[in-house]
Design a protein around this ligand. Structure first.
Ligand code: FES
Length: 106
């Protein structure tokens, strides 16, 4: 079972035993002060925005054009580290992945 290291919107870091085969968003949305994920993973709301730690960015699948377009509308968009957590499936290879929940745009 892969472990994700998640810093929530209050700055609290948590280690999360994640389920493979579902998205990062689905694994972290029930944590305190975590992503809102209003659209439920349909890549249409950007409320699942997270920042991926630098040493993990290259190990993830690339952003789609649709994902990038949504993220660019966020006030806290980071061209290097921003991802929609609903667009990344958790696998064993992501064991130890470190990320931070982005501030809310609302
Ligand atoms: S949950 Fe809406 S874009 Fe990810």
């Amino acid at each position: 079972m892969p472990t994700l290291v998640v810093k929530n919107r209050q700055g609290t870091e948590m280690r999360v035993d994640a389920q493979s085969g579902i998205s990062i968003m689905e694994n972290i949305r029930d944590l305190d002060a975590s992503v809102d994920a209003i659209c439920g993973g349909l890549c249409s709301c950007a409320t699942c925005h997270v920042f991926i730690a630098p040493d993990w960015r290259e190990r993830l699948p690339s952003r789609s054009a649709e994902e990038t377009m949504l993220l660019e509308n966020s006030g806290s968009f980071d061209p290097e580290g921003s991802r929609l957590s609903c667009q990344i499936l958790v696998t064993e290879a992501l064991d130890g992945l470190s990320l931070e929940v982005a501030p809310s745009d609302f």
